[in-house]
Design a protein around this ligand. Structure first.
Ligand code: DHB
Ligand code: FE
Length: 287
């Protein structure tokens, strides 16, 4: 049976792609951020996931304001990217796992999530940057992905509670998937940031800390925040935290934080990296 081994949350700021292309990982500006991935690399080398289910938000590459699904699931054998205008190299196509995608899609629809099914889907920096960070060099070729896009752009957005439930449905679906896969879940974006308007550059360290603390053991406490609360506390783009909520929801076992890095700022964003392990309940009780 498939099993969810854990989750990784990662910022997806496009400028990171330029830093990787220019080999700037050890520059004073970038080092405190990239260092936060040393543990992630060790964890991934030990845990050896086969597939990553990536909760992210599209920023206008695959969907635009004219048609924007609340939730969309990729069901392709590979996912290409394209130039978004950030001046970063375009990532090569990432392998998909269409069988797992269709299993998740069937389970989500049976669970009353009216998702959009995408047999072709371009993935933007919100997928390619976290993949490049977690799987540096050519290591990205060792992982297959199932992208799940959540609307964090065109209001009305789904609630935090709804995204937590979406994740839970995905978690249950993975547990009922026969092939012996090691599955990781990823939530990208955040934490606090606002890119435009009067509050451009807004960052809220206290709220970010609360989110990182509560997401481990008390995601329901976060689910009580409304979207407007999150915009106020974390900035207009801080609502990308919805992707973290879905990632957390998919961890259905005993959840433990094994790594955290928080660094201000990367570009306009409070950059956060978190690794959560997911042990089966029975195994945890026996230990
Ligand atoms: C930045 C942050 C984002 O989440 C994004 O999608 C684009 C840019 C930034 O801080 O530059
Ligand atoms: Fe973003």
């Amino acid at each position: 049976m498939a099993r969810i081994i854990g989750g990784v949350a990662s910022t997806h700021v496009p400028a990171i792609g330029k830093a990787i292309a220019d080999n700037k990982q050890n520059d004073p500006y970038w080092r405190p951020f990239f260092q936060g991935f040393d543990y992630v690399h060790k964890w991934l080398a030990r845990e050896k996931p086969d597939v990553a289910i990536v909760f992210y938000n599209d920023h206008g590459l695959n969907f635009f304001l004219d048609k924007l699904p609340t939730f969309a699931v990729g069901a392709a054998d590979e996912y290409r990217s394209e130039d978004e205008g950030w001046g970063i190299p375009v990532a090569r196509a990432i392998k998909g796992d269409a069988d797992l995608s269709w299993h998740l899609i069937n389970a989500l629809v049976a669970d009353e999530f009216d998702i959009t099914i995408c047999q072709e889907m371009l993935v933007d920096h919100a997928v390619t940057i976290p993949i490049a960070l977690m799987f540096p060099g050519e290591r990205w070729q060792t992982i297959r992905i199932v992208p799940v896009s959540i609307n964090t752009v065109q209001h009305p957005l789904p609630s935090l509670k709804r995204c937590l439930k979406l994740g839970r449905s995905v978690g249950r679906a993975v547990e009922s998937y026969k092939p012996d896969l090691r599955v990781m879940v990823v939530g990208t974006g955040g934490l606090s940031h606002q890119l435009d308007g009067k509050r451009a550059g807004f960052i809220n360290k206290e709220f970010d800390r609360l989110c990182m603390d509560k997401i481990v053991d008390e995601p329901e406490a976060l689910a009580r925040y409304s979207i407007h609360d999150v915009v106020e506390e974390a900035g207009a783009q801080g609502v990308e935290f919805l992707n973290w909520m879905a990632m957390r929801g998919a961890l259905t076992g005993y959840v433990k934080e094994v790594h955290r890095n928080y660094h201000i700022p990367i570009s306009n964003t409070a950059a956060a990296t978190v690794v959560l392990e997911n042990a089966p309940i029975a195994q945890h009780q026996a230990a």
